[in-house]
Write a protein that binds this ligand. Structure first.
Ligand SMILES: Cc1cc2nc3c(=O)[nH]c(=O)nc-3n(C[C@H](O)[C@H](O)[C@H](O)COP(=O)(O)OP(=O)(O)OC[C@H]3O[C@@H](n4cnc5c(N)ncnc54)[C@H](O)[C@@H]3O)c2cc1C
Ligand code: SF4
Length: 502
């Protein structure tokens, strides 16, 4: 039983500054340490940092969190050292709290909206979220499903990324059996094979798998739907299907010279490197038409230029530093204020020695004897906003120059690449290839044009964030549960009274 907490001092934020957990020393990072950059709070630091919350009445942090987490409430439980209750409350809204605590761009979400962010230093919400769940799970805490009544209904989830895992978690809590299929031999999607271990240690994904299996979720891995198993077969076997397929079509920018040796697409570079770092043998098969296994060049002593300023670009530059590159440059066509990557990650990259060249638009990759040796760029100035409200980058005539490079990594992002077999089932796409759904407000959120097929995550919203994929997986599970409750599944519905009891 936790000791009673001392009375809250509402001015704690004045006495105690914002502090993040200790980080791996810079020298080790530059020397190739791939461990998670941020450590974990000890119990006292977590209580103090959680105690800085003002509980300001209108919790802007919760509004800004895509999952609308009960942040002030679990911060208060953490301050009182009631970590198991805090973990239970975290899971009320977030199926993957320890993962979001690590990888969310908090400076753009919850912490960016914290009242204290205005001069006093925002509460370290993400780090406390990670602390709560890591500590509770290490203590043996697990989600309590003892009151859940099995409905006998079954749902096939395709894709073991954050969207699919979140959907499976919520289905299990509704008494619906979830069987998660993935073409890879490990769960996690981009959590496992995209995000580098210095942001998310892969043991965290493994622990989440054990938690989900303990809740009754089953995994069928190394199975690609559309190749090894058809959607028809799944619709026959299961009451409903959730598609959490991700977004994997590589945007290369169509630059002249992009086929030169030494030019790499970002995700295969990160995936392959992640495998090498993690000692994981390639298993499972790449998505059809998308090769994720490349020959990794030795970056030791090389000059590396990364094109693109998003999270993927930041992961590439920081990976290149750990791989011993002599010089790592990030060239981005807009200015720093318009950069999509998290400011915290940009700060970490800068500290690790990455050089940022803002307002540089690549024109061409140049080389000799078939190998890249530079990137020709033109300077830009910021112009009028585009249709999305972001300022356009306008080239400045006569400002062309060439950046020397031995290796160039292209990190322009990804577009959805919905598989052909969806159309055969009447599942409709948006013009840009995203799967069309009813969205979050429909009677059955995230239902596709096929009544028994739901979808969410990057395949629906385009490449985005773990937390938004978790939101859509969670909401889609609610839509599926409602559909099945009302008799929309393959089999006869379970009586309403039984479900209410769950
Ligand atoms: C390099 C990189 C770094 C990132 N860093 C961050 C970050 O720091 N913070 C953050 O919030 N977000 C980050 N993101 C974005 C985040 O990872 C994604 O938004 C999120 O993973 C999307 O989740 P998802 O479940 O929709 O898709 P995914 O994670 O892509 O998972 C989709 C899964 O579906 C499987 N699949 C697809 N088709 C089939 C099929 N036919 N049969 C069987 N299985 C199939 C795939 O194998 C995959 O496992 C990053 C992305 C990248 C690429
Ligand atoms: S899920 Fe992400 S945005 Fe929400 S509270 Fe946690 S770290 Fe913040």
């Amino acid at each position: 039983m936790a000791k009673p907490a001392p009375k809250k001092n509402v001015f704690e934020f004045l006495e105690l500054p914002r502090e993040m957990p200790r980080r791996i020393p810079l020298a080790l990072r530059r020397d190739g340490d791939w461990g998670e950059l941020y450590g974990r709070f000890n119990d006292e630091a977590a209580r103090h940092q959680a105690g800085r919350c003002l509980d300001c009445g209108n919790p802007y942090c919760s509004w800004k969190c895509p999952l609308h987490n009960y942040i002030p409430n679990w911060l208060e439980l953490a301050r009182e050292d009631r970590v198991h209750e805090a973990a239970t409350l975290c899971h009320e809204t977030n199926p993957l709290p320890e993962i979001c605590g690590r990888v969310c761009p908090q400076d753009r979400l919850c912490e960016g909206s914290c009242t204290l962010d205005d001069g006093f230093g925002a509460v370290t919400i993400g780090a406390v979220e990670k602390y709560i769940v890591d500590r509770a799970v290490a203590d043996g805490w697990r989600p309590d499903l003892s009151r859940v009544v099995a409905t006998g209904q079954r749902v096939a989830v395709i894709g073991a990324g954050p969207a699919g895992l979140s959907c499976a978690d919520r289905l299990a809590r509704a008494g619906i059996e979830a069987v998660v299929h993935d073409r890879y031999e490990q769960i996690g999607g981009l959590l496992q094979f995209g995000i580098p271990s210095f942001k998310l240690d892969k043991s965290v994904v493994q622990t989440r798998r054990e938690i989900l299996e303990g809740m009754g979720v089953r995994f069928r891995l190394g199975v690609e739907v559309g190749r090894d198993l058809s959607l028809d077969a799944l619709l026959d076997e299961y009451d409903a299907v959730f598609l959490g397929l991700g977004s994997y079509r590589y945007t290369d920018g169509g630059l002249p010279g992009q086929d030169l040796a030494g030019v790499l697409p970002a995700l295969p570079f990160l995936v392959q490197n992640g495998r090498v770092v993690g000692g994981v043998q390639p298993q499972g098969r790449p998505i059809a038409g998308w090769e994720d296994r490349i020959e990794l060049p030795d970056l030791k002593g090389r000059r590396v230029v990364v094109l693109g300023g998003g999270d993927t670009g930041m992961d590439c530059v920081r990976s290149a530093i750990r791989l011993g590159a002599a010089e790592v440059t990030c060239a981005y066509r807009r200015d720093e204020a318009n950069m999509p990557g998290s400011a915290r990650e940009v700060g970490n990259a800068r500290e690790e020695g990455v050089r940022f060249l803002f307002n540089r638009q690549p024109l061409e990759l140049v080389g000799r004897d078939g190998r890249v040796n530079g990137v020709r760029v033109v300077e830009t100035r910021m112009g009028a906003p585009d249709a999305n409200g972001r300022q356009r980058a306008e080239p400045v005539e006569g400002s062309e120059s060439t950046l020397a490079a031995d290796v160039v990594i292209i990190a322009f992002g990804f577009r959805p690449d919905a598989p052909d077999w969806l159309a055969a089932h009447g599942i409709e796409l948006e013009d840009d290839g995203r799967i069309r759904t009813s969205g979050e407000r429909g009677a059955h959120p995230y239902q596709t044009a096929h009544p028994r097929v739901f979808a969410g995550g990057d395949a629906v919203r385009g490449a985005d964030l773990v937390v938004t994929a978790a939101f859509e997986g969670r909401e889609a599970a609610g839509g599926i549960a409602r559909l099945l409750r009302n008799g929309g599944g393959r089999r006869l519905p379970v009586p309403e009274a039984d479900i209410a009891a769950a």
